[in-house]
Design a binder for this molecule. Structure first.
Ligand SMILES: *[C@@H]1O[C@H](CO)[C@@H](O)[C@H](O)[C@H]1NC(C)=O
Ligand SMILES: *[C@@H]1O[C@H](CO)[C@@H](O)[C@H](O)[C@H]1NC(C)=O
Ligand SMILES: *[C@@H]1O[C@H](CO)[C@@H](O)[C@H](O)[C@H]1NC(C)=O
Ligand SMILES: *[C@@H]1O[C@H](CO)[C@@H](O)[C@H](O)[C@H]1NC(C)=O
Length: 373
């Protein structure tokens, strides 16, 4: 059994995570204490996990301790618990008291209730479906996420875990998995396969900081329709930049991307490649598109747009295909041959072009409306 003292002993302070991004772009802020999530923790309670219930809950409490668990406040996270064996039960809902002791006591009650369970069937799908229902009923502005803690993978039952997982993903609900060993030390690789991209964890190797790092990424989302920058070659694959292409031919001087948004920055070959591979195909036959490279006059330096108004100067990429005229104050890209794009410039009120907007994703520091995001 868990005592308050034991709970207290687990609550040690773990330092916050800083992920800054790299030359290709900024990373999303991932401060767990500022996260705004509705997390449904789905836990297996079967003979396979019986010996580990306390260890598992201890680990989970350490994980959750990094978050700002509360039912009110913007930068807070709420937790619901679903436990399952051959059936699933909701042990703690979002409207239940939101603190670690209350969550622990709901968990303890579920452990006690499931002690007599000796069945063979383990129904992950039922757990995930209950989690789906809990989120549908939550009516909150927080980003929802499901975290599955499982040891046993059983696809023989009527309910298919893969289908239940894809139902969540189709509803734009991320699914993280934490795989732990069964009582006889087997670690099932099928559990991680249920996870959304980048959200599979292993209880043996993942510490609370890893957990927080993965789970806070759920707050990093683009508005519907906008595309997140992903660059595979770098260590930080996901960036906080979101892009949207507009086909309407517009003079750069009159482009309005909206609050906090601006024309796209293409300051590294990798960024340009992502834009040309992923965003440009959404335009109809573009030969040109406007970008966020500007200068105030002929003697000022060229600057890229940034969502946070940080000073990002043009250095040497891309090179101008010809020297800008003194009257040129904006850059644009021209598809000169094949898949090749060159940088050109003009005065911003002579030629209309399609354009690509850029804005920062929501993240733990930046709450946005789920309806419009
Ligand atoms: C934690 O939540 C409280 C209550 O909403 C809030 O005032 C506080 O700023 C949050 N902490 C962080 C680090 O965002
Ligand atoms: C496990 O199964 C038993 C009986 O089948 C049921 O009463 C109990 O609520 C289940 N426990 C959980 C955690 O789902
Ligand atoms: C990154 O790599 C993954 C796996 O190799 C691939 O599926 C994905 O399409 C790549 N993304 C980009 C933007 O190149
Ligand atoms: C050019 O722009 C810079 C930076 O905005 C400014 O300091 C300078 O006065 C401008 N020069 C002229 C000639 O307008």
């Amino acid at each position: 059994m868990w005592s308050k003292k034991l709970l207290g002993a687990f609550l040690i302070v773990i330092s916050a995570i800083h992920v800054n991004g790299d030359i290709h772009g900024k990373a999303c802020a991932r401060n767990a204490k500022s996260a705004w999530l509705d997390l449904v923790i789905v836990l297996e309670l079967t003979p396979a996990t019986a010996g580990q219930n306390n260890v598992l809950m201890g680990g989970l409490l350490l994980d959750l301790y990094l978050f700002n668990i509360s039912s009110t406040g913007d930068h807070t996270t709420r937790v619901a618990l679903v436990t399952y064996n051959s059936t699933a039960t909701v042990a703690h809902v979002f409207t239940d008291p939101q603190n670690l002791e209350a969550i622990l006591s709901s968990y303890q009650a579920a452990v006690d209730a499931s002690q007599d369970f000796t069945g063979e069937t383990v129904n992950i799908a039922a757990g995930l479906e209950k989690a789906y229902d809990v989120i549908q009923q939550s009516g909150s502005n927080r980003i929802p996420g499901v975290v599955l803690f499982a040891a046993t993978y059983d696809s023989n039952g009527m309910n298919n875990p893969v289908e239940a997982a894809s139902k969540l993903k189709k509803a734009r609900i991320s699914l993280a998995t934490v795989t732990f060993e069964t009582a006889n030390g087997v670690n099932n690789p099928d559990i991680a396969k249920l996870a959304s991209d980048g959200l599979a964890l292993d209880s043996k190797t993942a510490n609370p900081t890893d957990f927080a790092n993965v789970i806070t990424s759920l707050n990093c989302v683009c508005s519907p329709g906008w595309t997140r920058l992903i660059i595979n070659s770098s260590s930080e694959h996901f960036y906080s930049d979101c892009f949207l292409a507009f086909d309407t031919h517009t003079l750069p001087a009159f482009v309005d991307c909206g609050t906090g948004a601006g024309l796209v920055t293409v300051n590294t070959p990798e960024r340009l490649e992502f834009i040309t591979d992923t965003i440009i195909p959404k335009l109809k036959n573009p030969k040109f598109f406007s970008i966020g490279l500007t200068r105030t006059n002929a003697s000022a330096s060229w600057q890229w747009f940034t969502s946070d108004n940080s000073n990002l100067q043009w250095t040497t990429f891309p090179l101008f295909s010809s020297s800008p005229l003194p009257t040129d104050v904006v850059g644009y890209m021209h598809n000169d041959y094949g898949f090749h794009w060159e940088l050109k410039s003009d005065d911003s009120y002579t030629n209309s072009r399609p354009y690509i907007c850029q804005k920062a994703a929501c993240d733990t520091n930046n709450i946005c409306d789920r309806g419009t995001h």
